[in-house]
Design a protein around this ligand. Structure first.
Ligand code: SAM
Ligand code: SF4
Ligand code: F3S
Length: 446
């Protein structure tokens, strides 16, 4: 079959779609770039905010039109469906033929074969834990998948932040064993030419707490750090309550582990944090940032914040801005609170911050952060930094120039564009920074 993906949501959905794609390809099916040319469409759904759900339903309507024209089209859904109720979702979206648990992508093959739509799967040569072929390395896949890949380390989440749907869509925390993750990453490097991996979890620093031998994330990073050919290792997303010294020191000491930590604080006010059930106070968070910066002085930090949580007053919101001004993150992801059915918050508190006020707060965060990010990036001008090149850039600075521009990231996860006559994709290239904006840097090969 020819299959295509439509993916929204976080990196977890990207990682799960890559794994599902690998299983289908291994059994002889062929990935095509868009849904119009496919026999099988897989929708990776997200329900973290209403805007994501609206996009999903818009796309479902398009797919329903395709299916009316071509009734043989198979529509599968995976990822996070609204309030975690898969049955309810399938009833409301009759165009979807099957829901695939992202932890068991191979179940889609059994479903297809039960209906005579594909040959019975033969998993003989597939290492089903790591979801990689045991042999027969394919050295042609590099260009297809890019140099940077995402690998789930934990599925689900054991927190119950009162605004968040994820624990209901993804279930409780399940960590994958260290060896399984290592096998998968080794294969991505050897067979698919990956140069960088990001290990994923909603609270990735809680990795291993649910495994019998309780390995720590620092231990997993150490095991990945030694894989030959793997230039960079990242991890995403950390929770302040699990960020321990061994992990901070792993970031400092392991040569391939990058100096970048995403540590959401969500709100600067302690009453809001308590009602969000984040289980830390702003002073704990500030102290943790102090410890991280003391041990890893050149670390870059990003965070997530929510504005307009129920009952958040203008004064309480100011504390979020204060945190941003005091800490000076490199990147801030800001979202307006969106009530999610099935989560505790809307049951207890009305969504009482009016939309224009939520927008004002979001803009205030963006304006504050733009200045900080620009200042932090300007401090890098004239420095030489190592860039892992991801591919060609659409941005051409000088329209008359025929030299192609390339884009990649620093170890600190900053986007850098620079001219180059060859094709440096996948290479670690030293680049001298010549210009800074809040969102990216420009440079020249050093
Ligand atoms: N596990 C991570 C954490 O603890 O921060 C991230 C989880 S979520 C997939 C990604 C981001 O979406 C969150 O950090 C939060 O800022 C945002 N988010 C989650 N639920 C939301 C909601 N109901 N409304 C607005 N933003 C939300
Ligand atoms: Fe959601 Fe909180 Fe879990 Fe993050 S830690 S996924 S915000 S419940
Ligand atoms: Fe969305 Fe699920 Fe990720 S709700 S943000 S796809 S974990």
């Amino acid at each position: 079959m020819r299959f295509a993906f439509w993916v929204i949501g976080c990196q977890m959905n990207v990682a799960d779609s890559e794994r599902l794609s690998r299983v289908l390809t291994e059994q002889g099916h062929v990935q095509v770039p868009d849904t119009a040319g496919a026999d099988l469409v897989v929708l990776m759904s997200c329900s973290v905010r209403q805007t994501a759900e609206d996009r999903l339903w818009g796309h479902l309507r398009e797919v329903a039109q395709l299916k009316r024209a071509r009734s043989s089209l198979v529509v599968a859904a995976s990822g996070c469906v609204s309030d975690g109720n898969v049955e309810g979702f399938l009833q409301r979206a009759p165009v979807v033929d099957v829901y695939v648990d992202p932890r068991q992508p191979e179940s889609l093959l059994a479903w297809l074969s039960d209906r005579g739509l594909a040959d019975p799967p033969d998993f003989g040569d597939l290492d089903l834990g790591a979801l990689v072929p045991r042999q027969g390395l394919d050295h042609t896949a590099v260009a297809l998948h890019g140099v940077s890949r995402h690998v789930p380390a934990i599925y689900g989440c054991n927190y119950r932040c009162t605004y968040c749907i994820v624990p209901y869509t993804r279930g409780p925390q399940i960590s994958r064993p260290v060896d399984e993750i290592r096998r998968e990453v080794s294969w991505l490097v050897q067979a698919e030419g990956a140069r960088e991996v990001t290990v994923l979890g909603q609270t990735v620093d809680a990795y291993g707490e649910d495994l019998p031998d309780q390995p720590r994330l620092s231990h997993l990073l150490e095991r990945l750090d030694g894989i030959e050919g793997l230039e960079r290792v990242r991890f995403l997303t950390s929770h302040p309550n699990h960020m321990t010294l061994d992990l901070i020191d792993a970031v400092r000491d392991l040569p391939h582990v990058c100096e970048h930590i995403n540590l959401p604080f969500q709100a600067g006010d302690n009453d809001v944090l308590r009602r969000m059930a984040r289980r830390y106070r702003s002073e704990d968070y500030r102290a943790l940032i102090g410890t991280i910066r003391e041990r890893v002085p050149d670390v870059s930090l990003s965070t997530d914040v929510i504005v307009g949580f129920p009952g958040e007053t203008a004064v309480q919101f100011e504390r979020t801005l204060e945190m941003l001004r005091d800490i000076e993150f490199d990147v801030v992801h800001v979202a307006m609170y969106s009530p999610r059915r099935g989560t505790p918050a809307p049951e207890v508190w009305p969504d009482d911050v009016p939309p224009p006020e939520k927008k004002r707060r979001r803009r205030a965060v963006e304006d504050t952060q733009r200045e900080i990010a620009l200042r932090r990036n300007q401090a890098l001008v004239s420095a030489v930094t190592e860039v892992l090149v991801e591919g060609p850039s659409q941005r051409r600075k000088d329209q008359r120039s025929t030299t192609k521009r390339w884009g990649g990231r620093t170890r600190t996860n900053k986007l850098v564009f620079f001219p180059h006559d060859g094709n440096p994709t996948g290479e670690l290239t030293p680049v001298r920074i010549t210009q800074a904006s809040p969102w990216y840097l420009d440079g020249v090969p050093a």
